[in-house]
Design a protein around this ligand. Structure first.
Ligand code: ADP
Ligand code: MG
Length: 697
């Protein structure tokens, strides 16, 4: 009797050495084998007659026959080892050719019966042949003839057929399997029970298109189980590791509304109003807020955050605004001081504070005298205590992690958390990355913004670009020049930047130019930025340090060198630094991919890189850029590889299957609301148990 826990060595055909190989691939028990799915299938019910191969040129088909001759030789032209076999069925013969697989001469012999799967091609001499086909031997009667055969990825040197027999034995336990998803959840997810799904994935009755596209009911069952497990685990973690309730009662009355109206220098856009309502609802709810506010650069997130801050402050709580760099802290501090005009006690926390300033700050936060503090992540340090932190706003950081969130919670009052980012994350990804965050999107720019003209140019055109810059500077404009140096990189090589800066200085001897990069001290960066803001610098040559949140309305040209080395989303961020004032603005992407020098062959003669940049130049909306970026680079590249690891699912693809992810998320929320956290936790454990028991890979 085989059960899910039966070790693989008790299966027929598995001795000690095969058991070891299977274990190396995470397959320890019969249950594990059930979750070891075929990666493709072969329909061996309908082999193609060799005489008919001509009708299937370049189209992979199954052919069955007997080997009439087989030999290895060296190709005279390419000096490559070739193994050739002639395969014959009752209708005719065809040549099979394998390159650089001389060892096949030990495995394929005259007289063998073979099933081969591959695409017939015309050789350079004009005969039909099949190159490098998948092949398998038949010995005597073959039970697999006339069936759909699952093809599993290779495990060590276990022959495919033996492996199939081993896995097939595990299918015996399918009827006895416990479904980790209770029926009520299956209903909400719109999926069927697990057992038939597993059975079908190993032994599909038909290879329908839906099945081959991995969207059959059986596939959906697995996809949704995995998505749901992921979403529920996120929610359970959020609900258990952190506090479920907050003790604040937040009210929004007319006096607060009046005050907000007074500080508003403009009318909010419709999108800002909508998002503000979502945030206000969260603030008043008994559950702590954890919301991601996305909005394109310049969409006006700051004021929304500030109004949320006013609500918390007027209800007697403190607010912290966290920004990633000192420059941004300074910028927020100045802007907020202007807007609030002393109606709130405002403080700034930066690394450059003197010890006595720091003491005052610490005391002010502890006593509750300071109502709003703007600072870097230094605010998360243990020494900093708040009397009553009600709201934390995290600006320009879409990767605000669990750890940082816990540090905030450690500040004692279960603060509401609002994370703001201008990095548009496509919905599909946001859902997969942050199933436990609520999402708000400002999808509208304030009125009256001038468009940013985006152009892609080759470096051979630099002189023309420089002439244009000269004319614009004469007209009063300021310019950013950015080099593709990734600031996070450990081997920060500033040479290209320095050379670039020298070249700019030489070309523009009568202009004021300055350089900025991440190696400079905060104070130096700050000073440079202040000079740029004050208009004392015409050309700021820098790395991507200027990427986030900087607001210099008079800077109207963004010149990006080697633009093809940036991701589209990053280009979009850079482009967002201009177009913030009254001046007509430009983003100029310099890339030699455009000149065709690096171009690979592509449709209509454009290289993929070229298409990518051209696409970018045509697209203004950040979400659209992000969506394209995601499609072009895939989630791994888009997120950076470290982040994407957790988002790997068996059949589920977070981009293609985002609706299913949404359904999984909604169901997870449902389960927690309806059955409570303890029960949800139990379900997660069962799901993860089922997974761990079966897939330790
Ligand atoms: P971001 O979303 O990139 O952080 P900001 O909050 O810095 O954008 O806003 C960009 C600029 O737009 C600021 O100068 C701000 O004062 C202005 N702004 C924001 N909302 C509006 C609005 N509703 N009408 C007009 N100007 C606005
Ligand atoms: Mg901002």
């Amino acid at each position: 009797m085989i059960t899910p826990d039966t070790p693989v060595q008790f299966l027929k055909g598995v001795g000690a050495s095969r058991a070891k190989v299977l274990a190396e691939h995470g397959l320890n028990t019969a249950g594990d084998l059930l979750w070891f799915f075929p990666y493709r299938y072969e329909d061996r019910r309908h082999p193609t007659r060799i005489a008919d191969l001509g009708r299937h040129l370049d189209d992979p088909v199954l052919v069955r026959g007997r080997v009439i001759s087989a030999h290895a030789k060296v190709s005279p032209v390419k000096r490559m080892k070739i193994f050739e076999a002639l395969l014959e069925d009752e209708s005719g013969g065809v040549k099979l050719v394998w390159f650089n697989q001389a060892f096949l001469s030990d495995q394929i012999k005259r007289g063998d019966r073979l099933a081969v799967f591959g695409a017939p091609k015309l050789s350079s001499y004009g005969h039909l042949q099949i190159e490098g086909p998948d092949w398998e031997k038949f010995e005597g009667d073959e039970e697999e003839e006339g069936s759909i055969v699952p093809i599993y990825s290779r495990i060590g040197n276990i022959p495919p057929k033996a492996l199939r027999r081993i896995v097939a034995q595990s299918l015996e336990i399918v009827p006895k399997i416990d479904d980790p998803l209770p029926e009520s959840i299956r209903e909400t997810l719109h999926v069927g029970p697990l057992a038939p799904a597993l059975e079908q994935l190993h032994r599909p009755p038909e290879l329908t298109d839906e099945f081959l596209y991995r969207r059959s009911p059986a596939h959906r069952r697995i996809i949704l189980q995995e998505f749901f497990t992921f979403q529920l685990a996120l929610r359970v973690r959020r609900a258990t590791e952190e506090v479920k309730k907050k003790n604040r009662r937040i009210r929004i009355d007319d006096s607060i509304r009046d005050e907000v109206r007074k500080i508003l220098p403009f009318k909010l856009t419709r999108a800002q109003k909508r998002v503000l309502k979502e945030i206000a609802d969260d603030l008043q709810s008994p559950r702590p807020m954890y919301r991601l506010l996305q909005g394109d650069v310049g969409s006006g997130k700051t004021i929304v955050g500030l109004i949320a801050a006013m609500i918390a402050i007027r209800n007697g709580h403190q607010v912290a605004l966290l920004a990633p760099t000192e420059i941004l802290v300074e910028q927020h501090f100045q802007r907020i001081s202007q807007l609030l005009d002393h109606s709130v006690v405002l403080a700034k926390a930066t690394g450059s504070a003197t010890p006595s300033e720091r003491r005052t700050l610490i005391a002010g936060l502890r006593d509750g005298y300071i109502q709003l503090v703007v600072g870097t992540h230094a605010l998360l340090e243990e020494k900093i205590e708040f009397k009553s932190l009600g709201l934390a706003i995290v600006d320009e950081q879409h990767r605000f992690g669990v750890e940082q969130r816990q540090k905030l919670f450690a500040k004692g009052e279960t603060p509401d958390i609002l994370v703001m980012t201008a990095t548009p994350i496509p919905r599909s990804l946001a859902l997969a990355m942050y199933g436990d965050l609520e999402l708000s999107v400002i999808d509208e720019l304030p009125p009256g913004r001038l468009g940013i003209k985006t152009a892609v140019r080759a470096s051979s055109q630099l002189e023309r670009i420089y002439k244009f810059l000269d004319a614009e500077i004469d007209a009063g404009a300021q310019i950013y020049v950015v080099y593709p140096i990734i600031e996070e990189s450990e081997k920060l090589n500033l040479k290209p930047l320095k050379l670039g800066f020298e070249a700019i200085r030489k070309r523009f001897p009568h202009r004021e130019a300055a350089m900025m990069h991440g190696r400079m001290s905060a104070a130096d960066k700050e000073a440079t930025m202040q000079r740029f803001k004050a208009g004392e610098i015409h050309i700021l040559v820098s790395t991507t340090v200027i990427e986030v949140g900087i607001d210099v309305p008079n800077a109207s040209i963004m010149l990006i060198m080697d633009a093809d080395r940036f991701g589209l989303s990053q280009l979009h961020q850079l482009r967002g630094r201009v177009g913030r004032g009254q001046r007509k603005s430009y983003a100029i992407l310099v890339s030699d991919v455009e000149s065709g020098r690096l171009a690979r062959s592509g449709r209509d003669g454009r290289s993929p890189e070229q298409e990518r940049l051209d696409l970018f130049a045509e697209t203004r909306d950040g979400f659209e850029v992000a969506e394209r970026d995601l499609q072009l680079r895939g989630p791994g590249e888009f997120l950076g590889t470290r982040q994407s690891g957790v988002l790997r699912f068996r059949f589920g693809n977070i981009v293609r299957d985002h609706e299913l992810m949404e359904r999984a998320r909604d169901t997870a929320i449902d389960v927690i609301d309806r059955d409570g956290v303890a029960r949800a936790d139990e379900i997660v454990r069962r799901l993860l148990g089922a997974e761990m028991e079966t897939a330790r890979d």
